[in-house]
Design a protein around this ligand. Structure first.
Ligand code: SF4
Length: 416
């Protein structure tokens, strides 16, 4: 669990987004601390006038010198993310709703203690189980959550039905590791649960499946991909965090999967789905990671071409086995992280570029900046539609739009 410091500049919208970042971090067990004690600093930026820009860059420079890791988000990050790199500032530039996931440091998300479903706007959060089946050497979340405990499928189907009846149009299936749902009962059954929700819950909704480790998914990859292909309710999106392209590093992390298993999951989904989004995570600079291991991670990123990538620079969490390992120097970790980020930007940029000019059906799930609204297409790509609010588009509505461009974190589109 990370100790973070957050600074917010600019308008009420930025302050609202910072509150949401903090809520997600708090729910994940992370702690807000003063700058000098922080592992990671988050700078939520504003870019109204040129002077503000200069102030943002100066502040980013100071933060970067003080903490191991700097995350920049907010208006300037979106509009001029490259300004930080040009100024020689080593920062991860992210959309605000990617920040909490990034700060997780490669650990799985922590679900609420009672796994209670909640509706937030038109999004229904459905934690299907608590705990995982792993014992990753860098993870502190595990101490708080323990082994997986899976409620019966019927119970989760009922919760999904209640969420849809309460107004949810997007169901987010969450858990530390959704791929091992049912493992404690002797049968992995994420695919069974998804199929039953699609079959038995009435309504026009979409389902986003949360993080599933490669080990759990590998054993049910055929069944799972077939369910994704069969039901329009499922976003064609899978988040399988590989963490490294080297089996040696994966063994030191005690991840329980191999690079080949991750590859086979990706190949299976490629075979079943015409268009889908692969999301994965890499931890860069794990204590045992050699230059050759790092090269393997870069190669795996290029080979499997995930469209969403969380890169975390390894940092020690007290009480974990990895904390006792002799670590790599800060400059090595920085260098590897920025190399991987450059590679990620190429891969992700190419994916967004291929969307330009295409028409997409999008479920609108939140308000964007100004009069824009934000939603997701079938492959769970984030799309912002400027002017949508003025045109009377409502949250929870499906609209058709044409993609006109993109930035580093989402596509831009106009209504058709
Ligand atoms: S799968 Fe690994 S990182 Fe995730 S909660 Fe379990 S031990 Fe932690």
């Amino acid at each position: 669990m990370a100790r973070y410091h957050i600074e917010t500049y600019g308008c009420t919208s930025n302050r609202g987004e910072s509150r949401q970042i903090e809520r997600a971090l708090r729910d994940g067990g992370h702690h807000r601390v003063e700058l000098d004690d922080a592992d990671v600093a988050i700078l939520n930026t504003c870019t109204v006038v040129e002077k503000t820009e200069r102030n943002m860059l100066a502040r980013a420079e100071t933060l970067e010198e003080t903490v191991d890791e700097l995350v920049v988000t907010g208006c300037m990050a979106i509009a001029q993310g490259e300004a930080f790199e040009r100024a020689g500032i080593d920062a991860e530039v992210l959309h605000w709703d990617e920040v909490a996931e990034h700060v997780r440091n490669g650990e799985c998300p922590t679900t609420t203690p009672d796994t209670a479903p909640i509706v937030d706007g038109v999004v229904g959060i459905l934690p299907i189980a608590r705990g995982c089946m792993s014992d990753c050497s860098y993870c502190i979340t595990k101490h708080a959550t323990g082994k997986i405990e899976s409620p019966p499928v019927e119970e989760n189907v009922e919760k999904a039905r209640a969420l849809v009846h309460a107004g949810a149009r997007e169901l987010r299936i969450t858990g530390q590791d959704t791929g091992v749902y049912g493992w404690d009962t002797g049968e992995r059954k994420l695919h069974v649960l998804l199929e039953r929700i699609c079959e038995e819950v009435d309504g026009d909704f979409r389902i986003r499946v949360g993080m599933a480790n490669p080990k759990g998914v590998h054993g049910i990859r055929e069944e799972l991909a077939a369910v994704f292909a069969a039901y329009d309710e499922l976003y064609n999106f899978l988040h399988v965090p590989v963490q490294s392209g080297s089996d040696d590093v994966l063994a030191a992390m005690r991840r329980q999967h191999t690079v080949s298993e991750y590859r086979e999951v990706v190949e299976t989904f490629d075979a079943h789905l015409d268009e889908w989004t692969l999301s994965t995570d890499f931890i860069v600079g794990f204590p045992t990671e050699t230059t050759a291991d790092h090269e393997r991670s870069l190669a795996l990123l290029g080979e499997t071409r995930p469209e969403k990538v969380n890169i975390t620079r390894f940092s020690k969490r007290p009480g974990t086995d990895a904390a006792a390992m002799k670590g790599l120097g800060g400059s090595v970790k920085k260098e590897r992280s920025s190399e991987m980020t450059d590679h990620k930007m190429e891969v992700v940029g190419e994916a967004y570029e291929s969307m330009v000019g295409t028409e997409r059906e999008v479920l609108i799930v939140k308000d964007g900046t100004g009069d824009s609204m934000v939603g997701y297409d079938r492959a769970y790509r984030q799309i912002a539609i400027p002017g949508a609010e003025r045109e009377g588009v409502a949250l929870g509505e499906f609209v058709t739009c044409r993609v006109t461009g993109h930035n580093t974190v989402y596509a831009l589109a106009e209504l058709v």
